[in-house]
Design a protein around this ligand. Sequence first.
Ligand code: G6P
Length: 477
Amino acid sequence: MGNDLVIVANRLPVDRVTLPNGETGWRRSPGGLVAAIEPVMRTHGGGVWIGWPGGTDQKLKPFEEDGLALVPLSMTQDEIEGHYEGFANGTLWPLYHDLVAKPEFHREWWDEYVKVNRRFAEKAADLAAKNATVWVHDYQLQLVPQYLRELRPDLRIGFYLHIPFPPAELFQQLPWRRQLLEGLLGADLVGFQLPGAAQNFVRLVRQRVGHKTHRDLVYLPDGRVVRAAAFPISIDAAGFEDLANSDQVVERAKALREALGSPRTIFLGIDRLDYTKGIYARLRAFGELIRDGHFDVEDAVFVQVAVPSREQVEQYRLLRDEIERLVGRLNGDLGRIGRPAISYLHTSYPREEMAALYRAADIMVVTPYRDGMNLVAKEYVACRVEDDGALVLSEFAGAADELRQAWLVNPYDINGMKTALLEAYQAEPKELTRRMRAMRKQIRQHDVKAWASSFMTELEDQVHTDHQKVVRPANRS
Ligand code: G6P
């Protein structure tokens, strides 16, 4: 026995939390990874998902939550500090996001990362049926494909990186660069958000590991062929559209607008509270537009939802302080009684409330310094069922490759952002409709189902190719 599909991700789709009444319960985990994989599991039905449930509780048994079979893999306090907060989020996260913050390199963190990756691989090896497919996710688990292949050579192994993969010039700072590349090469198919990331990876494998490569293929000495390719991730577009059309969401969107004092224009930002997201710069741009007299707090409000994230990591705490100081200053300088310039919420919301916010917002502002994809931008587009509303989007989000009709901005350029925000504010309804219609078409055609099935199909084809032991091209470089 065993499972034909095993998903391995650092997090389970639900997180163990202590509720206000002191009891423990489950809450949906934050971030794009969970948002994307959950619908995949549901359509496949029957697979299992291995992940960390948050916290250090060692006693949790496999369980079912909302129809999904979940296998919790707990971590010790040292593992949380070394693997999760340390190597994953203090080293790899900033390194893979263009050094937006300074990565730290600590040998003890690496040791914990290795340990945890090994445990995830062992658990997947235990649970997978013969010839099963195992799909490993994201930067926290880059060594799992290699360890898993050592334990279970019969498996089809796919790996998908949800965040950017950096250019060689940055990646090679890593003291453990070769080990990570070899870890990923345990997979049959390594998926990235964008073609440039796949090219970075293949180039690094050639330079640093010395394997032969040809276009998107890597030839290993044992005859295996690994493919690296781009699969831009997406959302359940139809699901969001239905939700946005529901009476409950329509009503809630109206109520939100009224609660904000029925301003002419609602600007909206929804992000995990992360230094890659460019929250500070966008709020400054908005504040300056009011100060410069382009609009008034009676006309416009900026709703910023900051979803709590990685709160034990020093850089995240500092960021929270900085942003909250700025919000306080902007509201103090620009607001009036009952009319703050920024309506700031440090919390996470269920999908229904997000859909209502998307429906209520006239201008969605997504300005990361670097982002693998950014599903919030896509969710906003899916929820604009009347083909209105404007999206202001960073060029450095993966989503900018697909959402070309957004107002694209360089988040480092505050004046440029001010111009784009103002243009979106002043845009004619016809112009908004033209842009939104094109973006909605793109999102509808490239939804999360299409993403998952193209990855799975390629994975099957790739393994097939392996078994055929293809003749290698003579002039591969
Ligand atoms: C991003 C990452 C995910 C991660 C999520 C939330 O979307 O790609 O792997 O799960 O952020 O971050 P957290 O640290 O809370 O898991």
